[in-house]
Design a protein around this ligand. Structure first.
Ligand code: HSE
Length: 440
């Protein structure tokens, strides 16, 4: 049988990985897919570099639309990224009746509803395993492997750059800005790391997982997003002393009131497996009512790990493209007519527990006043840690750090209590509030 013909839009790090792995494992992949899968056309603005990467046997063009217009091409892989030209090209490929494979989490998290609707109307597949956690087959696991379950919650370390930075901060006791510079020098962080360090990349990914887990539309605009830029080495150290590690988590949870969708630094107990995921690695914990807790771990980025996910999608499409569209796995796991309108909760309605750090005057009654305000707000304290003033501010210091762990409470109530505590004259610096997840 003739090979499936694939057109590749953008041949950078991931595109080269796709090309190389497809060539290297050609025979094995064909045995699995039932027919050959061949990249026959590549579009890249740097034609000479692209041609050198794929050799003379593959047609290379500068114009991506020439790939989409080629009637021989069955599947278009979009590896351009961003929401601009990539969105137009994906929609044009769909309109031309091509199946699409993309690693573009930003595009799908923001414009997924439009793109999946266009694909369903045209009867083509849009596959995106590589968009979430790189080489980890988490989309496959959520959409198919766990299909018997009511998913209860997902918590993931889904951004390698920030996990690398947090690991280094903990290991070496360094501040964020110092480690970021080092990460950029080593190539772990991009020259413009904003999307990674501000939590946006993780929010794109958890938005996609949330849609698949709960059968809701992709709603990036409803996600709460907080990055790691304000984290201090002191908080990482105090958390450790209390038996916790700080990780940037993407969390989505089904509750009686609605769905939580949030990215922020979180304290997690050091004894949890996911707390021990270090460096640029990714991991996702999924809790389902039947299966219990499951953990997925691996490389969340890089040429061949991401290529592994892209090619898995190519194989899936090769197997399914002749199937009646209604009998394929739905894009978001649930049948399009069976999507839920359960709301995504505003952050004020999220229930979680907290780590608080207050730099306070080391005077009589300060602890009592602070804990009194928490008591008045109905917020229960789980643990308190106070360091000796000398240890915090040097010999003779009259200031100290007061660290409080709370039990669960609704975020709006904590916000109000924080404002009251911050207004106390004995609270000397902006307070630190980090959410805490037991992941039990
Ligand atoms: N920049 C991402 C990360 C990889 O650091 O994990 C691509 O999503």
């Amino acid at each position: 049988m003739k090979s499936i013909q694939v057109g590749l839009l953008g041949i950078g790090t991931v595109g080269s990985g796709v090309f190389n792995v497809l060539q290297r494992n050609q025979a094995e992949i064909q045995r699995r897919a039932g027919r050959g899968i061949e990249i026959t056309m590549v579009a890249d603005l740097d034609v000479a570099r692209a041609q050198a990467a794929v050799g003379e046997g593959v047609q290379v063009v500068a114009d991506a639309r020439a790939v989409i217009a080629n009637p021989e091409i069955d599947i278009v892989i979009e590896l351009i990224g961003g929401y601009g030209i990539a969105k137009a090209l994906v929609l044009e490929a769909i309109a031309a009746g091509k199946h699409v494979v993309t690693a573009n989490k930003a595009l799908l998290a923001v414009h997924g509803t439009e793109i999946f609707a266009a694909a369903s109307a045209k009867g083509v597949m849009v596959a995106f395993e590589a968009a979430v956690a790189g080489g980890i087959p988490i989309i496959k696991a959520l959409r198919e492997g766990l299909t018997a379950n009511r998913i209860q919650w997902i918590a993931g370390i889904i951004n390698g750059t920030t996990n690398f930075i947090l690991s280094e901060m903990r290991d070496k006791g360094l501040d964020f800005a110092v480690v970021l510079k080092e990460a950029q020098r080593l190539g772990y962080a991009e020259a413009d790391p904003t999307f990674d360090i501000e939590g946006v990349d993780a929010a794109h990914k958890v938005t996609l997982m949330s849609a698949i887990a709960f059968g809701i539309p992709v709603q990036f605009d409803k996600a709460y997003v907080e990055g790691i830029t304000k984290l201090g080495a002191a908080d990482i150290r105090y958390a450790e002393q209390l038996g916790y590690r700080i990780k940037l988590l993407g969390i989505t949870k089904q509750t009686a009131k609605g769905i939580e969708l949030r990215v922020h630094p979180s304290l997690i107990p050091s004894k949890r497996l996911i707390a021990n995921v270090e460096g640029a690695m990714n991991a996702v914990v999924v809790n389902g009512d039947a299966v219990g807790t499951t953990l997925y771990y691996g490389k969340g980025a890089g040429s061949e790990p991401t290529a592994s996910a892209v090619i898995a999608d190519l194989v899936d499409i090769t197997r399914l493209h002749t199937a009646d569209a209604a009998h394929r796995v739905p894009h978001l796991a649930f049948q399009p007519g069976a999507m839920s309108d359960t709301p995504v909760l505003p952050m004020g309605e999220v229930v979680t527990s907290y780590y608080l750090r207050l730099r306070v005057a080391d005077e009589a009654g300060v602890l009592a006043t602070v804990t009194g305000l928490l008591a008045e707000a109905g917020i229960s304290i789980d643990a308190v840690l106070q360091r000796e003033a000398d240890e915090v501010g040097g010999e003779g210091s009259t200031q100290t750090d007061l660290i409080i762990l709370t039990h669960d409470c609704v975020e709006a109530r904590m916000d109000a209590a924080l404002a009251q505590m911050q207004a106390l004259p004995t609270v000397l610096q902006p307070m630190v509030r980090i959410r805490k997840e037991e992941l039990a």
